[in-house]
Design a protein around this ligand. Structure first.
Ligand SMILES: Nc1ncnc2c1ncn2[C@@H]1O[C@H](COP(=O)(O)OP(=O)(O)OP(=O)(O)O)[C@@H](O)[C@H]1O
Ligand SMILES: [Mg+2]
Length: 321
């Protein structure tokens, strides 16, 4: 089934190349193709997962979307409007509507500021509220993420990791954004705390009709958050589809490898899981020449079904889906 919800953000053929300098003259000798032709569409109220191993270009993609990183080329449309350049963004208050949650709550909250100011800061950039109204709003935001008004005048170090990430979420939703880029929002947290944070991210999504770009290297975490998933590898998307497409009908060898690496919870299945992992790894090594070009770049995406695209050779599609 095609997604009927309106598209909130569309990224077209995004590239971010970082120059590598070297030699006596410190000239540009090469480029790191951190993002090398990424296109994606996020629908209103959906959670779009962007998955891939370390260095695949996920954070760079997220940073371009929120405006923390310049792109080399490519286009971006927000609710159908071209927001590729900064002037256009200003006109529609783009920076207010798109916010970010960072991986490490320890580093993303200023240790010298009280929680009150940390949460009120993005609000102050966009709205002139009276002191009283501002305080009410901050108390309300704390309440939404399950923290009491006693938190207002405390500092970040007085909270646990999970609580700090709640504060990060309260700060991100302060401006009533429509889209939040969540870059590994729970990777730094204990498993038990991860579930709590993910659950209230879901709750907030429902309450405010927020869309998420959910960045993670962990297909297990993404499973219960996302309805749409893109697999990123070497700066490109190698497979994209619904949760069912990706988990039940994966086509790319890299996706299969990521799926095989999800830890097995059931002790009785651990040995079978380990064997499967070895087989998938062997299959990857034996077949990678068919899935990457002579420069090691992934193949272009081909449409497999209405919702499913994969960067695979034609031969991999036959008989599936
Ligand atoms: N400012 C920069 N200058 C030069 N190279 C960069 C810069 N930022 C990122 N890179 C490189 O771009 C590539 C992609 O980095 P990015 O941070 O987007 O990966 P990632 O998928 O988020 O990885 P991780 O899972 O480790 O967070 C990496 O090779 C990285 O070293
Ligand atoms: Mg990253």
């Amino acid at each position: 089934m095609a997604n009927e919800k309106p598209v909130i953000l569309e990224v077209k053929n995004l590239k971010v190349h970082f120059p590598i300098r070297g030699g006596f003259w410190n000239r540009v000798v090469d480029n790191v193709k951190a993002v090398d032709g990424v296109s994606l569409k996020i629908h209103r109220g959906d959670t779009y997962g962007l998955i891939g191993e370390s260095g695949s270009g996920k954070s760079t993609t997220g940073k371009v979307i929120v405006g923390l990183q310049e792109s080399t080329s490519g286009k971006m449309f927000y609710q159908g409007l071209d927001v590729t350049d900064k002037k256009a963004r200003k006109k529609i208050n783009y920076n207010r509507e798109i916010q970010m949650i960072f991986q490490d709550p320890e580093l993303s909250l200023n240790p010298e500021k009280r929680i009150y100011d940390i949460i009120a800061e993005p609000l102050r950039n966009f709205e002139k509220l009276s002191k009283e109204k501002e305080k009410m709003r901050v108390i309300n935001l704390l309440d939404i993420v399950g923290l009491g008004p006693d938190s207002l005048y405390k500092y970040p170090h007085q909270f646990s990791g999970g609580q700090r990430q709640r504060i990060g979420v309260a700060r991100a939703v302060a401006t009533n954004p429509k889209l939040i880029v969540a870059d590994e929002p729970v990777s730094a947290l204990d498993l038990s705390v991860q579930a709590q944070v993910l659950n209230f991210m879901k709750k907030i999504q429902k309450e405010f009709n927020i869309s998420y770009l959910f960045i993670s290297h962990d297909l297990g975490v993404v499973q219960h958050m996302c309805n749409h998933i893109a697999i990123m590898n070497r700066g490109r998307i190698v497979e994209v589809g619904t949760k069912d497409d990706i988990y039940n009908h994966p086509l790319h060898i890299y996706t299969k490898r990521l799926l095989a690496s999800i830890p097995e919870a059931d002790v009785n299945n651990r040995e079978a899981h380990r064997q499967n992992r070895i087989e998938v790894e062997k299959f990857f090594e034996d077949n990678k020449k068919d899935y990457y070009d002579e420069n090691g770049a992934p193949l272009p995406l081909i449409q497999v079904s209405e919702t499913h695209l994969a960067a695979v050779p034609e031969s991999a599609v036959k008989g599936d889906d």
